[in-house]
Design a protein around this ligand. Structure first.
Ligand SMILES: [Fe+2]
Length: 249
């Protein structure tokens, strides 16, 4: 067979670090993680990159035995009222919090109102200490641990709901969600704008909660959801994109 000229053999200078997009060493092995991400994604690696893929989409990650994990948290911990200032039947269990406790204060309260009343200046990023309940969802939480804050199990009792609203409109964080137990439409409905979302229980999803969304439980049982807030950094976005790319390979 005739050699094709002009194409260097790939085994002459193979890439051993795995960073080269061609398989041949291109000098990227010596870059810091941030420098490498700039090279690999020269245009954007921010919230817009994530939403370019869709309003919500699954990743390759699946958490196993979600119902059993929820049941264990119900046995071992006390869920507290989610924003006790409203009279809606919804509860939460902190997986990260200000002090590593599960009181929900102030991470499951209205932070704005709490700050006003207590003359504090907490922001969501402050709620990043793992609680004892973190352990039960550790495999998925650890994927994003360096950038994780204000993460909890949300429990909507029958009739519980979130009215239409938007979160994190500064685009400084993104939302990951796992439907854990009793989350199926139509009895339980999660909508973005006027579209009903369908979640595979246990599967990790990106959800663009900057868009108007709402959730309600019209079933006869509590509905449980894992809600993760992740700080937008190049590394965090790249970590999520890596999980997406694996899903569609
Ligand atoms: Fe929300």
């Amino acid at each position: 067979m005739k050699d094709i000229k002009g194409i260097p053999p790939h085994d002459a200078y193979p890439c051993s670090c795995g960073r080269s997009p061609t398989g041949r060493c291109c000098g990227w092995h010596s870059l810091t993680e941030e420098e490498y991400l700039d090279k690999a994604h020269p245009h954007t690696l921010n919230y817009h990159h994530l939403t370019a893929l869709g309003d919500y989409y699954p990743t390759s990650y699946k958490l196993l035995e979600t119902e059993e994990s929820v049941d264990t948290t119900e046995e071992k911990f006390e869920y507290v009222r989610y924003n006790p200032r409203t009279n809606i039947d919804r509860w939460g269990l902190s997986l990260t919090s200000l002090d590593g406790g599960v009181t929900g204060i102030p991470d499951l309260d209205s932070i704005k109102q709490y700050n006003t009343e207590h003359d504090t200046t907490y922001i969501e990023d402050d709620f990043n200490v793992p609680t004892p309940a973190y352990h039960y969802f550790k495999p998925v939480l650890n994927l994003f641990k360096p950038w994780l804050f204000r993460t909890h199990i949300l429990k909507l009792n029958p009739g519980g709901y979130f009215p239409p609203h938007r979160d994190a409109i500064t685009l400084k964080s993104f939302r990951l969600i796992i439907a854990l137990k009793n989350t199926k439409s139509p009895a339980v409905q999660f909508l973005i704008e006027d579209r009903v979302l369908h979640f595979e229980e246990g599967r990790l999803y990106f959800v663009d909660t900057v868009k108007e969304h709402q959730l309600f439980n019209s079933s006869n049982d509590p509905s449980y959801w894992l809600v993760m807030n992740v700080k937008v950094t190049k590394e965090a976005v790249a970590t999520l994109l890596n999980l997406i790319q694996k899903e569609y390979k």
